[in-house]
Design a protein around this ligand. Structure first.
Ligand code: ADP
Ligand code: MG
Ligand code: MG
Length: 212
């Protein structure tokens, strides 16, 4: 697959639309173990990112510009802790594809992995801490091994989605070690982490954009 600025603009548009649709469910999940704003944060952040990115002239920008613009507008739109996490993710995605006008399947898997690593470096969460990392790490590992097995991007992203869904489901059994829900101890058991749930929404929107 060949992915340029236009396809990435579509991708951010699709993520923003998905977050709008899932806003209430994400706020409800955050209401149980956090402060009930996660759906709002994701909706505001991605709608700002999608708007900024859509205004870029494809003839005068490249994939790195798209990711960097998304990062900046996400960060300034979101006050919640997910703001700097996703802003770092997109900055890292931008750096990973620097200088490339068109992205290949390999480049997209690299960018995807760079996002997960950015979230890890920024938030310092490990798998098992009941955060979005519990969806992102297995998702990017699945995408990477599908790519190493020679699968096209669409199949890499479906593998990623499946792993993210399982990872998000597994957060129900975890006690939180990071973020505001870490203050609640065992009371969070039985409830899915909202950040892991929104990672699933995001990855599904990316899959829908590139599933040829
Ligand atoms: P806030 O908690 O500031 O209101 P959000 O509600 O937008 O922020 O996001 C909460 C989500 O952020 C959590 O469900 C969790 O997945 C994620 N999160 C919080 N802290 C971290 C961290 N240090 N590393 C990774 N993810 C984190
Ligand atoms: Mg919150
Ligand atoms: Mg908050």
């Amino acid at each position: 697959m060949q992915i340029g600025v236009t396809q990435l603009q579509d991708m951010f548009g699709a993520i923003a639309e998905a977050m709008r649709r899932e806003k209430e469910r994400l706020c409800e999940l955050d209401g149980v173990i956090g402060d009930a704003d996660h759906g709002i944060a994701m909706e505001i952040g991605f709608s700002a990112a999608a708007t900024t990115v859509a205004a870029l002239d494809p003839a005068a920008s490249d994939p790195t510009t798209v990711f960097n613009s998304a990062a900046k507008s996400f960060l300034s739109a979101v006050g919640a802790s997910s703001g700097p996490l996703y802003a770092t993710a997109f900055m890292r995605a931008g750096s990973s594809v620097k200088g490339k006008p068109i992205l290949s399947d390999d480049d997209m898997v690299d960018a995807f992995e760079a996002m997960a690593n950015g979230i890890k470096d920024r938030g310092k969460a490990d798998p098992g801490d009941k955060t979005m990392i519990d969806a992102w790490v297995p998702a990017t590992a699945a995408a990477r091994s599908a790519r190493l097995a020679g699968k096209p991007l669409g199949q890499c992203l479906s593998a990623a989605l499946e792993a993210a869904v399982e990872g998000a489901e597994a957060t129900k059994d975890m006690i939180a070690a990071k973020g505001r829900s870490s203050r609640l101890g065992e009371r969070v058991i039985g409830h899915m982490d909202p950040g892991a749930a929104s990672a699933v929404v995001l990855i599904e929107a990316i899959l829908r954009t590139f599933d040829a």
